[in-house]
Write a protein that binds this ligand. Structure first.
Ligand code: ATP
Ligand code: MG
Length: 429
């Protein structure tokens, strides 16, 4: 028997590493964050879009860029039964841009403000704050290159994070230049880093050729040392990009937002141009970016050949949720638990509970009709606000006891009109 028990346990199926369950005890925080996002974004004129989780691999390879971490080593790519190469989406922007083009949303209005909430998949080393399936809230504006929109998007993001209750946030911004001016900076940086290449990690040695800007973002200590004193991108941007950046700063100031200029912040993806931003929380450890985003005026060219500008951000839900204060208000407890003893009382309890459910009041009972003591223990464990107790003797008299579990006070109430009495107590206070 013993041996079989162990064997059975060994065959228990577990979730895949880096893939999490979000349990009822935590879900309240997730729902709160999602509801707040919807409320804030809709208020800023954004509409939700839902896009598939699977796309053709080519969309990400072209959209995100071959020389990025995501495409090089983080994608879940497989061949389906018809021989197509498909990829579980590692981010939402490329898919949203594809949908905008595919359904010609631009023919209705060139400006599209869209948001999307859902899971993303990246094959990374799982650790705290870094998972293989994780959730993002994405917002994007397609079709406007005016710096006013950059400020508006950042303003919405900060407003959302504050509404969620985050404090000690730092907004960092940078300009990455454009197709015209970035190549010059790229060469300048490459020259600087080549002289220090012996200090770079293996990945960055390779990045020197493929994506030198990405080295600025490397978290390896020796690479961080190597980039000290590196040329700053903002010293190389063209007149147009400088003007754009100045206006962004001006509009941010108009919105009352303070920011820090971080010329080292480059963001991981190829498609970014001009404005890039990140919001850092000092409550998080090394995985400290809650959210990042930027402008990408070349993405559409890559995936559809049209010259459409875009700007947006992605918020990591796991990291955001981990910053919310524990407890209060996030767990749903029953408003009422009906403890009933005996068949007749249990039937009446069932009638009451089903009526309350129709009114949207969270009510529970014990289906097995166990002893009153064990039912009370359960009501306590579930943290019910009230318990309605049908003792046999009171029930015969057409009465029940209503106990307020917070104040521990109780009162006897008649079964006649019990629903109204309960609603008054539960909703009324
Ligand atoms: P990092 O530098 O931490 O790898 P990133 O630049 O890859 O982040 P983005 O692609 O910009 O991140 O995604 C935006 C947000 O999504 C991040 O700021 C983070 O909160 C979250 N995020 C990214 N990768 C993961 C992951 N593997 N697990 C959990 N959250 C993630
Ligand atoms: Mg990453």
């Amino acid at each position: 028997m013993e041996v079989r028990g162990i064997k059975d346990r060994m065959t228990e199926i577990k979730a895949i590493r880096g893939f999490n369950d979000i349990l009822p005890g935590e879900i309240g925080k997730w729902q709160f964050v999602e509801n707040t996002a919807r409320e804030v974004f809709e208020g800023f004129g954004f509409s939700e879009i839902r896009i598939p989780i699977l796309e053709r691999t080519e969309l990400f390879a072209r959209g995100i860029g071959e020389a990025t971490d995501i495409v090089e080593k983080e994608m879940y790519t497989f061949t389906d039964r018809s021989g197509n190469s498909l990829t579980l989406r590692p981010e939402a922007t490329a898919s949203m841009a594809r949908a905008y083009l595919e359904h010609q949303l631009h023919s209705f209005d060139p400006v599209a403000k869209l948001y999307c909430i859902g899971p993303m998949f990246r094959y990374e080393r799982p650790q705290k704050g870094r998972y293989r399936q994780f959730y993002q809230i994405d917002a994007e504006v397609f079709g406007v290159d005016n710096p006013m929109v950059d400020a508006e998007v950042i303003h919405m993001l900060i407003h959302f994070l504050r509404r969620v209750g985050l404090e000690r946030l730092e907004l960092q911004i940078n300009s990455l230049g454009c197709r015209e001016c970035r190549p010059r900076y790229r060469e300048e940086l490459k020259g600087f880093l080549t002289k220090r290449s012996f200090r770079l990690c293996e990945d960055c040695q390779r990045r020197l050729e493929t994506n030198p800007l990405r080295i600025l973002d490397c978290k390896v200590e020796s690479c961080q040392e190597a980039i000290a004193g590196a040329p700053k991108v903002t010293d190389y941007i063209c007149e147009q990009c400088r003007k754009h950046f100045d206006r962004v700063k001006e509009y941010l100031a108009m919105a009352g937002l303070s920011f820090i200029l971080n010329p080292r912040m480059v963001r991981g993806l190829d498609y970014y141009t001009r404005t890039a931003f990140e919001v850092i929380s000092y409550q998080l450890g090394s995985q400290n970016a809650v959210t990042g985003g930027g402008r990408y005026d070349n993405l559409f060219q890559e995936i559809g050949g049209l010259d459409i500008p875009g700007i947006g951000f992605a918020v990591g839900m796991e990291r955001l949720v981990s910053l919310l204060p524990a407890g209060k208000g996030f767990v749903q407890n029953p408003s009422l638990f009906v403890a009933a003893l005996g068949d007749e009382a249990l039937k009446e309890a069932y009638r009451i509970v089903s009526q309350l459910h129709l009114e949207g009041i969270r009510a529970e009972l014990d289906y097995e009709g166990k002893s009153l003591k064990s039912q009370m223990r359960r009501a306590d464990k579930l943290k019910a606000r009230y318990v309605l107790i049908f003792g046999e003797e009171e029930f015969k008299r057409g009465r029940a006891v209503l106990r307020n579990m917070e104040t521990k006070s109780q009162e006897e109430i008649p079964l006649q009109g019990v629903l109204n009495t309960l609603k008054k107590r539960i909703i009324g206070d």
